[in-house]
Design a protein around this ligand. Structure first.
Ligand code: SAM
Length: 211
């Protein structure tokens, strides 16, 4: 997405709903919500459709959308401000820092949707399902917590099955064609999913850490 000149000012003006200094909120995230309740986090939240719809459908859960790009998260925030909710916050940061932002066991569920595939081998460490990222997710996920991952990229899906299996993690759900499966009835689509699902299948998995 191109640089958006309005993004900086917009983010500053809506600091009740977006955090740009997340390390200062370590241990205090629940103070930013109306109610203290379970916390789900999406890493690479993009323009926000998925996390906003989740927050609308589940007022009993608090949500945080983490996104690396300022202009992208500002677009998500603008969509959210059309009808703000007390159970959703946005955080402008790198998902690689998750373990410096959240306490151990603080998160119930991590969503990864249509993460950048980084197909070149030398960029594998940047994939959000590479072992280094998994290590961080394990620290911040509650013992009963899990990761939900969706993608249209077969190569990234295969890579993720292998890295999670080696970690080791256990798969609770795997679909090679989510939109043709019964689970699609409750599926909340992301912007990328809407755009790219006509071109081929959407892959999904849910997995938890073994210990
Ligand atoms: N999840 C959205 C969707 O499905 O429509 C966006 C998908 S887009 C392909 C991937 C997004 O992840 C981009 O907005 C990108 O900026 C963000 N992203 C990539 N690496 C990230 C990281 N390390 N931490 C946070 N966000 C990241």
């Amino acid at each position: 997405m191109r640089n958006k000149p309005w993004a900086d000012g917009y983010i500053k003006a809506h600091s009740d709903y977006i955090v740009t200094d997340p390390k200062n909120w370590l241990g205090k995230w629940q103070d930013r919500f109306e109610k203290k309740q379970p916390l789900n986090v999406e890493v690479g939240t993009g323009k926000g459709q998925f996390i906003i719809r989740n927050a609308q459908e589940h007022p009993e859960i608090n949500y945080i959308g983490v996104e690396l790009q300022k202009s992208v998260i500002a677009t998500a925030l603008r969509k959210f401000m059309e009808a703000p909710l007390p159970n959703l916050q946005f955080v402008l940061t790198d998902g690689a820092d998750l373990d410096e932002i959240f306490l151990a066991d603080e998160i119930q569920k991590i969503f990864l949707n249509f993460s950048d595939p980084w197909p070149k081998k030398r960029h594998a460490k940047r994939r959000l399902t590479s072992p280094n990222f998994l290590k961080n997710y394990q620290k911040v996920l509650a013992p009963q917590g899990d990761i939900e991952f969706k993608t249209d990229n077969r190569g990234l899906f295969e890579y993720t099955l292998v890295t999670m299996n080696h970690f080791p993690m256990t798969f609770d759900y795997v679909s090679l064609d989510l939109h043709q499966s019964p689970e699609n009835e409750t599926n909340i689509e992301t912007e990328y999913e809407e755009k790219f699902s006509p071109n081929g299948p959407i892959y999904k998995l849910i997995a938890h850490f073994n210990s």
